[in-house]
Structures are given as C-alpha cells and as structure tokens.
Design a protein around this ligand. Structure first.
Ligand SMILES: C[S@@+](CC[C@H](N)C(=O)[O-])C[C@H]1O[C@@H](n2cnc3c(N)ncnc32)[C@H](O)[C@@H]1O
Length: 294
C-alpha cells in the first residue's frame, strides 16, 4: 500500500477530523466545471438540504445493495481506499472495516461533517473525511489501491472527466468500484427520465445508460472486470421527500411519472400504483468493477 501525506496534498480542500472540526474549504473552478452549467454551489445547496433525509432513507441505506457492492469489489484488507463523493459516509460503514485506511471526500461540507460524525459513532478509527471536488482530487497520482464512488456520477457535469480523475489517483493494478443509477439506452426515454429527475432534484445532471457507463470506464484506460445490475422498487413519495424541490416541480414530476404507467417512457422504468394508490417505479443500479492496468 502506498502511504501518503494527505493533509499536505489537500490544497483547496478542508477536512473533518475525528473531533468533528472543519477546516476552511476553497474550491477551484475546474475547466470541466466552466464548460458546464452546473454551479458547484447548486450541489452544495441541494446536498446540504438532503443530509438528514439521506441518512434515514430506506432507499439509499438499503443494506443488500451496499453488501453487493462490497462483495463485487472484494477488498483484501490492506488497501488504502478513497470514496469519491462520499456523502454522509454510508459506504464507509460498509467498506472501512475491510480496508486498511479509508478516506472519503465530498463537495458538500455538511455531508463531510455527517460522515465524520457517523464514522466516529460507529468507532471507525481508520476513516477520515475531507471536502474536495471529484474533478480535482487533492491527491498525488497512483496514491490509492482502491477508489470507490456511489450514486454520484449522475450529479456530475462531466462523468468521464470525474472517472479519469479517479483513475489518475489509482495505482497501477488498483481497483475502481463504481455504483450508479442507470437510464434507458433510448434517447427519448432517457430524456424523459432526466426531466423528471431534475424536477425532483435540480442538482441531477444525467444518469447514464449502462453502455455509456461501461464506455466511460474504458475510455479512462481501465479494464472492466465485472458488471452487475440491481433492480429495486422505489416509493415515489420517499424519493421526492429526500430531495429539495418547489411544490410546482414536485407536482409536475409526479404527473410525468404517473403518465408513464404502462409505458417505457420514464427511462424504460416500470411505473405502477399499489393497491393503496401509492406510486412506485423500478430503479436499476449498476455496479462496475475495473482495474487500472499495471
Ligand atoms: C446522492 S449523494 C451519494 C452519497 C454517497 N456516495 C452514498 O452513496 O451514500 C451524491 C453526493 O455527491 C456529492 N458530489 C456531487 N458532485 C460532487 C463533486 N464534483 N465532487 C465531490 N462530491 C460531489 C454530493 O455532495 C453528494 O454528497
């Protein structure tokens, strides 16, 4: 395992330490960022609002999906691992006991604080968390044995650039584990899906179809080892409540989802009402595990 002096490398980042203290964060505007319409403050505003719902949501906390991710990545125990866009540290709870050192980074300071607090409560002494941008990771090249990212690429204006940056900090022979939602391979269905997702959470950029996730891994120079799909049923109201949106946007999103019942137009997803009239849709998550050629 390659040892690092992370603090020295963390120019422009801030960190939450074991005592929960935050150091000041200054974000650089990356070339990728300036090419897109996504303002980092939109992400920070949205995910600051989401912190508490996020840690209690049955959807994102689903143990089976996280367990499948750990099994697919299969850490050996001696890895120095980086979790990019770590959120409130849900993945850290599952992975940190199986690696030597665990570092989580996220753009949203409130998420980083929550991750440090939950790790402290869980007694994870090998985990620490910092504020940092996925497009400009404050680490040297080849620094990590394992890089993980979950449910974050669909919030990024340029997921390819983010995966390239994750690849840069991965050592040759190291493993990337990516977990994200997918959308339809068909443009019209994918666009309808994106429209609803953005009404619900304006920080959503675009979910990728599985074929594009695979291509993103390949063009970053990684060799794909495993692809798994997890299908899951999502309660629309739990999903809406976890994000911050206007009442008008919520009404329009519900309407578009309901109109997709019996069709494929909501990103190819199955949409239905249960016997109580509650609206549901099916989610397909993908797990991709890849190696950086040695
Ligand atoms: C849906 S949450 C997922 C959190 C966590 N990975 C999990 O699975 O529980 C997405 C996270 O991505 C973070 N994020 C979005 N864009 C980012 C970026 N460019 N750099 C770092 N974090 C980012 C957000 O702040 C948020 O915490």
């Amino acid at each position: 395992m390659k040892k690092m002096s992370i603090g020295e490398q963390a120019a422009g980042a801030s960190s939450a330490t074991g005592d929960g203290l935050m150091r000041t964060a200054v974000w650089a505007v990356t070339p990728e960022r300036t090419k897109s319409n996504m303002d980092p403050s939109d992400i920070v505003t949205q995910f600051t609002a989401q912190v508490d719902h996020f840690v209690t949501s049955p959807h994102v906390n689903q143990p089976e999906a996280v367990h499948r991710f750990v099994e697919a990545v299969a850490p050996h125990g001696d890895e120095c691992a980086l979790d990019v866009a770590c959120g409130p540290g849900l993945l850290a709870q599952a992975f940190a006991p199986h690696v030597c050192e665990y570092i989580g980074v996220d753009l949203t300071p409130a998420m980083v604080e929550k991750a440090a607090a939950t790790a402290r409560e869980a007694g994870l002494s090998n985990a620490r968390f910092e504020v940092a941008d996925a497009f400009r990771l404050p680490f040297e090249a080849d620094a990590f044995d394992l890089v993980l990212t979950r449910l974050a690429l669909h919030h990024m204006p340029d997921p390819s650039a983010a995966v390239r940056e994750m690849t840069r900090v991965l050592r040759p022979g190291g493993t990337l584990g990516a977990f994200d939602m997918t959308t339809s391979e068909f443009t019209e269905e994918a666009e309808y899906h994106t429209e609803v997702e953005r009404l619900r959470d304006p920080s959503h950029t675009r979910a990728l179809p599985l074929s594009e996730l695979v291509r993103t891994i390949r063009v970053a120079g990684l060799e794909l080892d495993k692809v798994e799909a997890i299908d899951y049923n999502q309660d629309v109201e739990d999903w809406m409540a976890r994000a911050a949106q206007s009442a008008d946007a919520a009404t329009r999103a519900r309407k578009l989802i309901a109109e997709a019942i019996g069709t494929r137009k909501f990103g190819g997803k199955k949409v239905w009402r249960d016997e109580d009239g509650k609206l549901w849709f099916s989610v397909r998550w993908a797990i991709l595990v890849a190696t950086k050629p040695a």
